[in-house]
Write a protein that binds this ligand. Structure first.
Ligand SMILES: Cc1cc2nc3c(=O)[nH]c(=O)nc-3n(C[C@H](O)[C@H](O)[C@H](O)COP(=O)(O)OP(=O)(O)OC[C@H]3O[C@@H](n4cnc5c(N)ncnc54)[C@H](O)[C@@H]3O)c2cc1C
Length: 163
């Protein structure tokens, strides 16, 4: 049917509110605007699971990235200062997936307090195609959990491209 369009969850691609809104924008622009529709970065749609420990990620998982290239994988696991001060033992875990040859950061993952808030900012960097060097030369905000993303110095492991 040429006059019926599908956007949002009914297309069953990325079932999230901001994606449905973006698709709505695209359709409206395509139908009614003189300008080309905005170029949304669906590949780097950040995602979160809101739970007692929030999970958040953007880009590729380690397994997905290893199908495309050799990887340097950086991880950090630590107890944030705030947790230490209030006498709790909750830790945060963070991971950066970096393509070894290009040094492009293709995935970022986190579990811990404020993971979703933090990942929205990291998603801009991953969408922009920034490299590990760009992360390394970014000055941290101390004392925060977020600064771990710019202070991971050595790979935790190197992963060869899956054949
Ligand atoms: C429990 C839950 C939690 C979620 N939490 C999040 C979250 O934290 N963050 C996030 O980004 N996304 C979340 N989502 C996903 C998000 O709600 C959807 O991706 C988003 O609402 C999709 O928008 P949509 O317009 O495509 O569909 P919908 O919001 O489902 O809108 C479709 C509308 O069409 C109406 N409709 C259906 N059939 C007909 C019909 N035959 N005639 C007329 N009207 C009809 C429905 O009643 C509904 O109002 C959550 C979803 C669920 C179920």
């Amino acid at each position: 049917m040429p006059d019926i369009y599908a956007i949002g969850d009914v297309t069953d691609r990325i079932n999230l509110t901001p994606v449905a809104i973006a698709e709505g924008h695209t359709l409206a622009e395509r139908l009614f605007s003189k300008h080309a529709p905005r170029d949304w970065a669906y590949d780097t749609t950040p995602k979160a699971v809101f739970f007692s420990e929030t999970l958040a990620s953007v880009g590729l998982t380690e397994e997905e990235a290893a199908k495309q290239a050799d990887l340097d994988v950086f991880t950090a696991s630590f107890r944030p200062l705030r947790q230490t001060l209030i006498g709790r033992d909750r830790k945060a875990f963070m991971k950066l997936i970096v393509e070894r040859d290009s040094q492009k950061v293709v995935g970022a993952h986190m579990m811990g307090d404020a993971a979703a808030e933090l990942m929205q900012g990291v998603a801009i960097a991953v969408t922009a195609g920034l490299t590990k060097r760009d992360f390394d030369r970014t000055i941290g905000i101390h004392p925060t959990t977020a600064e771990e993303f710019v202070t991971m110095r050595s790979p935790t492991r190197q992963v060869s491209r899956a054949s």
